[in-house]
Structures are given as C-alpha cells and as structure tokens.
Design a protein around this ligand. Structure first.
Ligand code: PLP
Length: 336
C-alpha cells in the first residue's frame, strides 16, 4: 500500500524497534524512567526551554498546555482551522471551561495581527478573560515566518497574554528553513512537538516550557490520564527519531514538490498548493475526487478523496512510490 492520507501512518522500522527493545526503563510517574528523563532533557535543550514533558499524543499535549495557561472562564485566541480549536473535540471547553475565540486563518496560515488585537477583551466582567494566543506551525504544511511569529508574540505580550505554539510539525519548519529548533520556539512560552507525524514514532509528543509551567503540566497530565509507566520504550523511539528522522524530512518535502509539479496540470485539477510535506489538489468536483479515491484504492494507493485532496509524504513513501502515484492519478483523471 502507498498511503498518502497522512504522515501519521508510518510504521516503526527494525532499527527503531530495536532501539525500543533495548531501552532502560522505570516508572515515569515516579520520575524513574531514565530514557524518558534523558529524552525530556534533550528536547528541552534543543528547544531552548527549561523543561520538557513527554505526552502520549499531540492532542493531550495541547490540552494540558491550555489547562495550565487558562483557568475556568479564561479564553484563548486561535485560528478557525487550527488543530487546537477544530480537531481536538473541543477539549479545552469540555474539560477546562476555557472559551475559544476563533479567528479566520489567512492564506499563509497566520492570523492577521489586526484581527488578534481586535478580539483581545478589556478587563470587564461581561467578557471572558483573554489569556492566551495559540498559533500553529506548520499550518496545512505552510511554514509561518519567524518575523510573523515574533510580531504576533510581541503583540500578545503587550496585552499581557501568554503564547502557545502547536508545533505538531515544527521539525518540518526547522528543516525547511534550515534554522535550529530553538530559534523557532523562542517567541513562545510553550510549544507542543509531535513525534508520531513526520518523525515516524508509534506515539509520543513533547511539551516544552519553563520549569514552573512544566511542573503544573505534569499534574494536569496525570489528571487527564496521561501519566505513563515504563514509557522509556516510547522515549527510545523518539530519541531514535531525533537522531535519524529529522534531516530526512527534506526528502519528504522534495517528494511533495515532485507530486505538486506532476499533478498540477492534469485535467480536472483546478488548483494545486504545495508546502513542506503536503500537497493540496483542488478538483473541479467532489464526485471526481471520490471516484479518484476508489480508482487509486484498487491499485493499492490510499488518498482521502473529495473536492480538495490532501496528499502527505512521509518516511514510508519512496521516489518509486511517487512515480506510481503520478501515473495512477494521471490515468484516473484523464479517463474521468
Ligand atoms: C496531529 C496534530 C495534532 C495532534 O496530534 P495527535 O498526536 O494526533 O493527538 C495537533 N496539531 C496538529 C497541527 C496536528 O497535525
């Protein structure tokens, strides 16, 4: 199977599995897992923050960050299509009584500074207390510019807000920009990093921030059921990914570029957008996308069809796979 639905579909290879099997472990709820402790120290140092905390998933990492930043009756400013608003089951509201203030997302994945400023509420009992700005990088594959993030963070701070980054795919931005992780995390109080996307681990995210923040996050992680025991097995896969799967993200970006170039001019394609490891094909109709999905599945290629199709490259997609996909999509769309 060639699976382009997401970069979450990767399976750990033999070398990663072997690193996991050899990990020294202990009970991480007691702080006794040496592999987890070493991973947290390594990621904190890479991100230029005081401390780091292993989390089971990106959703839980963002949730815990929101629960620490915001109290009941507080609000966070977020993009309409950002994961922390749209794709996390409303967790901040459901579990934290935290109100989202969603804003339209600009074509480049950012939130307009004027929009942010306009929704920051004055201290008045009629309003929720605006407490946090939450950004996302990369956003639909797009890299937010360092200048934008500096400006947005500075604006938030002028108004006394904290700033969180959902950096589920921040390593893609690191490789795309050729800048160290700590440069891209610098504007933010807290950052959540996923290892189960492009970095290819079976699970695991890391939340980074100040020592005081992470201490509170550790408590909330336990409350929401994320305190794990011999989690060194997972931390070892993440350590392996830092050693072997970061620089190679450039390959995913190159392959996504090949897809975008080859598919953009096909009949029935009305638009193509490519950034880092994601390609979005806009088709003339939804029906065409759904038929293409069925067509490709019969040939062992998985995509998510619809009028807009997202193709994601990752660790388990080779140059040969790209060639096959280009042929199959070409045949499918020309026949339609
Ligand atoms: C996948 C993703 C998350 C959440 O990660 P899970 O590990 O799937 O819970 C958060 N933000 C973004 C932008 C993501 O793509």
């Amino acid at each position: 199977m060639i699976d382009l639905r997401s970069d979450t579909v990767t399976r750990p290879g033999p070398a990663m599995r072997s690193a996991m099997m050899q990990a020294a472990v202990g009970d991480d709820v007691y702080g006794d897992d040496p592999t987890v402790n070493a991973l947290e120290a390594r990621v904190a140092a890479l991100a230029g923050k005081e401390r780091a905390l292993l989390m089971p998933s990106g959703t839980q990492s963002n949730l815990v960050a929101l629960l620490v930043h915001c109290q009941r009756g507080d609000e966070y400013i977020v993009g309409q299509s950002y994961h922390t608003y749209r794709y996390e089951g409303g967790g901040a509201a459901v579990l934290g009584s935290i109100q989202p203030q969603p804003l339209p997302v600009q074509a480049d994945g950012s939130l307009a500074l004027a929009d942010i400023e306009a929704v920051i509420k004055p201290d008045d009992m009629h309003f929720a207390r605006t407490r946090l700005l939450a950004l996302e990088n990369t956003q639909s594959g797009q890299v937010l510019t360092p200048e934008y993030q500096q400006s947005a963070a500075a604006l938030a701070r002028r108004h006394g807000l904290a700033v969180h980054l959902d950096g589920a795919r921040l390593f893609n931005a690191v490789v795309e920009l050729g800048q160290p992780l700590s440069d891209l995390t610098q504007p933010f109080d807290t950052v959540s990093l996923c290892f189960s996307k492009g970095l290819g681990t079976p699970m695991g995210s890391v939340l980074v921030g100040s020592a005081d923040f992470i201490e509170q996050a550790r408590r909330w992680r336990k409350v929401v059921g994320g305190g794990l025991r011999q989690a060194g097995l997972i931390a070892a896969s993440m350590d392996y990914a830092l050693d072997h799967h970061v620089q190679r993200l450039a390959e995913d970006h190159r392959r996504a570029g090949l897809l975008a170039e080859a598919l953009g001019d096909l009949p029935g394609v009305v638009g193509v957008r490519w950034a880092t490891n994601m390609v979005y094909l806009e088709l003339a109709s939804e029906d065409r996308g759904l038929r293409l999905q069925d067509d490709l599945e019969a040939q062992g290629i998985l995509i998510r069809g619809g009028q807009s199709i997202r193709l994601v490259t990752h660790l388990d997609i080779s140059d040969e796979d790209i060639g096959q996909v280009v042929n199959a999509v070409g045949t499918g769309l020309r026949a339609a």
